[in-house]
Design a protein around this ligand. Sequence first.
Ligand SMILES: Nc1ncnc2c1ncn2[C@@H]1O[C@H](COP(=O)(O)OP(=O)(O)OP(=O)(O)O)[C@@H](O)[C@H]1O
Ligand SMILES: [Mg+2]
Length: 255
Amino acid sequence: MSADFEALLSKLERRRPERLEKDSETYKIMASVFDSSTLLTLYHMINRGVFDVFYGAVSTGKEANIFCALDKRGNYVAAKIYRIATSNFKNMYRYLAGDPRFRRIQRERRRIIYSWASREFKNLQRAYEAGVAVPRPIDCEKNVLAMEFIGEEGVPYPRMKNVPPKAPRRAFERLFGAIKVLYRKAELVHADFSEYNVMLTPEPVLIDFSMATDIANPMCDELLMRDLSKLVHYFRKLGLKTSESAELFSDVKGE
Ligand SMILES: Nc1ncnc2c1ncn2[C@@H]1O[C@H](COP(=O)(O)OP(=O)(O)OP(=O)(O)O)[C@@H](O)[C@H]1O
Ligand SMILES: [Mg+2]
């Protein structure tokens, strides 16, 4: 364990000693994931009160780790931490380049990862402000994003992939509505829609906005069509009769 990590632990220990176990799974993951610059970012966010204690590793994805934390006031928050060392930044660059807001980003690994996290944060803000059911964005610094925790008592709600909705028609309508409002009001296409990126509270909440792109992106029609095809495919597998994705596409675009 690095000296920096030890320092972070002792800082956290002073705050909430009963929560800390140095040999816990969470801390093993944290120690293996965080480089010193990420630790520094966490210090800043701890000082701002965004996080107080990290106590649960929720997911280890391709590019980021999600942790459950408590903020200074004792509310649950989710921390999405993009790994600097192992993220597939070339792929990220390819996606960012088509988005007019990020055309001039530097082609440098760390910067690209920061832009990636910041894009996800901005996307969440736009979606949230438009009234789409997404985790409320809280803060973002460098490669660390804080958002509302979608779960209860630190346990995340299930993903639609694992637990199909009890009322499929309602869930379908809600998700189609979310995609439509996202396009028309937030002017975004999610671009990575799937049953993996929907959590059920049991109402569907859309997550993982890292790929979401402005509708000015020349690829946006293609990406919207792909999202809608996945929506239709998932719900038809559950036995629901739905419109064709092409019809839904025209509906979203108001054509
Ligand atoms: N705000 C949140 N509250 C609670 N759990 C969350 C939250 N955001 C994400 N999760 C959990 O973490 C998982 C991964 O989140 P997300 O899809 O944003 O990350 P990712 O790095 O893209 O992961 P993957 O590579 O697996 O797609 C989700 O499937 C969900 O179970
Ligand atoms: Mg995901």
